[in-house]
Ligand binder design. Structure first.
Ligand code: SAJ
Length: 416
């Protein structure tokens, strides 16, 4: 029987690893958080955070103050290990297809391998292509042959338990969703899944759904692909409606009055590290079969270019256009710029010299040398064209009187 209070090593202290490590620590586990970035480690050990997420600062401070959470550059021995590192993609092959980059997972596996003991639990939380948990098992078996037990059948079995438990929290609501969301737990063995479930039960109130590792891996990819396909539908509608002079926001609101219709919201494109990435893992695994999933990605990836064309067309009316870009993050009320279409559009406007660009991002403190950021009031005063790229609260509250003389391109329907 495993211990209720464990020593847990969490590898990767980003948007998933840090909240998970902190909540485990506040539930009485002894947690070592590991990150390759020395400044991240230092920040966390001083009880502060390096990312923006509501209430995370309070949680991390209390976890560090309790003495249960420490950050370090390298792992140590423990009872359980949670891997929460990025899984980006890179372009490869003659068609420049997007294929998953497992180098962070491989590096994390290599870093924990020397510290593994018989009976340990290793959980992969990073969103991963199907087969990654098995790949970790193979790597551990290679790096630590002493952990492979040869059974009666002559086949080797790892004496470390491995499971995939994909994170499913929504940035901006991570702490609530970490506790309330159901979890899918896929074990390489049934025992591994049960062990992982027992650990998650110490902080998660949601249902625990046990399966095998491959199904859990695919479930996570499918969840995000489903959202991507639905957003692509909304984005395609917005382009069609523009052509037909129909207000897409009103249209969607009306269509959604149907009891079985639930259309999502169009935007300038799909950003973030998850929805714009994960569907490619399915496409890479089944390129011939994943036709709808690939097309949805292409529709969403094309949306920033469509927005840029609209801005260029409007800018032509001005001799020296000033373009106010409202929002840079990939979605509302966060600071996360990963795969952000808003940032992509803003940088392209600057690069192509369409006009003078004034970017405003209320969630980011401007650093010297970076893209210059302007206060909202200044942008509202000086810009000829106001391009809404993110539906931040601050923008919703803008006095509509201030927009009267402006050309407005509202990709989020904030001022509809
Ligand atoms: N978006 C739209 N229209 C919409 C909804 C979203 O354009 O109607 C855009 C957003 O602006 C953003 C992108 O899509 O650019 C993604 O945002 P999101 O809020 O849909 O999702 P993420 O990336 O913040 O988090 C997703 C979540 N997955 C699902 O909802 C299925 C979350 O639960 C996952 O944990 C997360 O991906 C992840 O880490 O995989």
């Amino acid at each position: 029987m495993h211990k209720q209070r464990q020593t847990v090593v969490v590898v990767g202290l980003g948007y998933i690893g840090l909240p998970t490590a902190s909540i485990l620590a506040t539930r009485g586990h002894t947690v070592l958080g590991v990150d390759v970035n020395p400044s991240t480690v230092e920040t966390i050990n001083s009880g502060r955070i390096h990312i923006v997420e509501p209430d995370l600062d309070v949680l991390v401070r209390s976890a560090v103050n309790s003495g249960n959470l420490k950050a370090a550059l390298a792992p140590q021995e423990g009872d359980s290990f949670i891997v929460a590192v990025p899984t980006p993609f890179f372009q490869s092959g003659p068609d420049q297809d997007k294929v998953p980059d497992l180098s962070y997972i491989d590096a994390a596996t290599r870093s924990i391998a020397p510290f593994l003991r018989e009976g340990n639990l290793v959980i992969l939380e990073s969103t991963s292509p199907v087969g990654t948990t098995e790949r970790i098992a193979d790597m551990v078996a290679q790096l630590r042959p002493d952990l492979v037990q040869v059974g009666g059948s002559g086949r080797g079995q790892l004496s470390v338990h491995l499971a995939h438990c994909p994170e499913r929290v929504l940035p901006g609501h991570i702490l609530r969703e970490l506790v309330d969301n159901d979890r899918i737990i896929g074990g390489i063995t049934k025992c591994a899944a049960e062990r992982a479930r027992d650990l998650y039960k110490s902080f998660c109130n949601g249902g625990m759904h046990l399966t095998d590792a491959r199904t859990a891996e695919m479930a996570k990819l499918v969840e995000n692909s489903s959202r991507d396909v639905n957003i692509a539908f909304a984005n395609e509608l917005s382009v069609i409606c523009d052509k037909l002079s129909i207000n897409v926001w009103e249209l969607i609101e009306l269509a959604n009055r149907h009891p079985r219709v639930n259309i999502l919201q169009p935007g300038p494109g799909v950003g973030g590290h998850c929805i714009a990435v994960d569907p490619w893992f399915i496409v890479a695994a089944a390129p011939e079969e994943a036709r709808l999933i690939r097309t949805a990605r292409e529709v969403n990836d094309a949306k920033p270019h469509w927005v840029l064309e609209r801005v260029r067309a409007k800018a032509e009316r001005f001799k020296e256009p000033v373009i106010g870009c409202l929002g840079l993050s990939f979605k509302a009320n966060i600071d996360d710029l990963r795969e952000s279409p808003a940032l992509e559009i803003t940088l392209e406007l600057i690069r192509s010299g369409v006009g003078r660009v004034m970017a405003c991002e209320p969630n980011i403190v401007p650093a010297k040398g970076d893209l210059p950021l302007y206060p909202l009031e200044e942008v509202l005063r000086e810009a000829d064209i106001l391009l809404v790229l993110v539906d931040h609260e601050e923008f919703r509250e803008v006095d509509r009187e201030l927009l009267k003389e402006k050309v407005v391109i509202d990709t989020r329907g904030v001022w509809r």
